[in-house]
Design a protein around this ligand. Structure first.
Ligand code: XUL
Ligand code: CO
Length: 448
């Protein structure tokens, strides 16, 4: 398996020795849970940008990361070498997918033609490694936010030259996705929003953004790239207001511009929090619209108001996400769990990069085990069915009857005294529900 990384293949160690690191306590890829292998439910992916490019900077400090390829100085040599390091990392971790932006894997040239040539050289190598290892591309995407030319946006830039460049960059990125057999193609519009409404033609910018998405999908159809197309909502950061604010806003945008049949959503935990939602909320909104596509797994920090992209370890949250996934039957037709997460800058060694992924994979494997038990018992299903049961009888049935009018309900309700109305409601004993979920977490994991 190679010795580029100073770590052996990560084994399953069980949870008897809870302090043992560099081993999985819950994740067993071939173990069948709720009718499918864990690896099939979870479809974990490593994010190239965080795991192999990021130096663990924060707004107040430069990078702390120590990586085994730090001695390579030439940018193209480094890009090519990183592919080898990346694939050994995936294999040692036991992950079957990865994700990348075009600019994560190869340096930019002065012109797009030069950048494309650099990218193609690295993609040649990625293709070889995919063939040799069977590791697949969950999704690729275009970096349309890092370079200074995107200072005021890409597809929503007020400058036509920048729109054109973005469209041209997208074209090649789609060609790369087709070549590497990407299962999904993601759009995250980091700068597709505004800083200040006074100088912004919001309608024009959104029309341009919609046109960009439409041309992307049309070109994919033209070249036979049949990936699932995904938009990744985020409310802000780096822009003050991003057009793909959250799942509900993005669904409305897609419907407004007739894109809703061609695009689904890629939901991210920390983005949900920045929009004032839970991760579960975003997934539920997407599910209810039939638009759950894929998941970017990470978590925010209650005490920090920006996108910290922590590796997910909160079992309550991973249980809620996996509960939704089990209810849906899959993450999405071709979706997976991409760790859009980075180790803290204080966990800077190469072993920590493994430890961080193990933590995230184990937290989701544990969430899957717990959620599967909850589904088996139909705990939530029964609770919800019971809560809404009054719509199956009496006046409740009229709600679903198209012939009923306001007068129907007036006739029923006009003379009912307050005491009877209160008697028609019930406590939801929410504290018990929450502690029951805690009990599920403790009990379902105790025997593993
Ligand atoms: C940024 C973010 C991106 C997208 C891909 O917050 O989530 O990394 O996932 O561009
Ligand atoms: Co993301």
């Amino acid at each position: 398996m190679g010795d580029l990384w100073n770590v052996e293949k990560i084994p399953f160690v069980g949870n008897e020795d809870v302090t043992q690191d560099l081993g999985f306590h819950y994740y067993q890829p071939d173990k069948v849970v709720a009718g499918k292998k864990m690896s099939e439910w979870l479809r974990f992916a490593v994010a190239y940008w965080h795991s192999f490019d990021a130096r663990l900077v924060d707004p107040f400090g430069s990078g702390t990361a120590i990586r085994p390829y730090d001695h390579i100085t030439d940018p193209m040599d480094l890009a090519l070498a990183k592919v080898e390091y990346a694939f050994e990392f995936y294999q040692k971790l036991g992950v079957e997918y990865f994700c990348f932006h075009d600019r994560d894997v190869a340096p930019e040239g002065d012109t797009l033609r030069e950048s494309n040539a650099n990218l193609d050289k690295v993609v040649d190598r990625i293709e070889e490694y995919q063939k040799d290892t069977g590791i697949k591309l969950l999704w690729n995407t275009c970096n349309l936010f890092n370079n200074p030319r995107f200072l005021a946006g890409a597809a929503s830039s007020p400058f036509a030259e920048i729109f054109s460049y973005s469209a041209a960059q997208l074209k090649h990125s789609l060609e790369v996705g087709k070549r590497l057999g990407a299962e999904n193609y993601v759009f995250w519009g980091g700068r597709e929003g505004y800083e200040n409404l006074w100088n912004t033609d919001m309608k024009k910018e959104q029309e341009h953004l919609a046109r960009f998405f439409r041309m992307g999908k049309d070109y994919a159809n033209e070249i036979g790239f049949d990936a699932q197309f995904l938009i990744e909502p985020k409310p802000k950061e780096p822009t003050t207001h991003q057009y793909d604010f959250d799942a509900a806003t993005t669904i409305a945008f897609l419907q407004t511009y007739g894109l809703d049949k061609d695009f689904k959503l890629n939901l991210e935990g920390n983005h949900a929090n920045l929009a004032g939602h839970t991760f579960q909320h975003e997934i539920r909104v997407a599910r209810d619209a039939g638009m759950l596509g894929s998941i970017d797994a990470n978590q925010g920090d209650k005490l920090i108001g920006w996108d910290v992209d922590q590796f997910p370890v909160d079992l309550y949250e991973t249980t809620s996400v996996m509960w939704e996934v089990l209810a849906e039957g899959s993450i999405g037709p071709r979706g997976g769990l991409n760790f859009d997460s980075k180790p803290r800058r204080t966990s800077f060694t190469e072993e920590d990069l493994f430890r961080a992924h193990i933590a995230g994979m184990d937290a989701f494997a544990a969430g899957l085990i717990v959620a599967a038990k909850m589904h088996e018992d139909k705990y939530i299903e029964n609770l919800v069915a019971d809560r809404y049961s009054s719509f199956g009888e009496g006046i409740g049935k009229e709600v679903g009857n198209e012939k009923a009018t306001l007068a129907t309900f007036e006739e029923h309700s006009l003379d009912i005294p307050q005491s009877e109305l209160i008697a028609a409601t019930r406590s939801d004993h929410m504290e018990t529900v929450k502690v029951t979920i805690n009990n599920y977490i403790v009990n379902a994991l105790a025997s593993k």
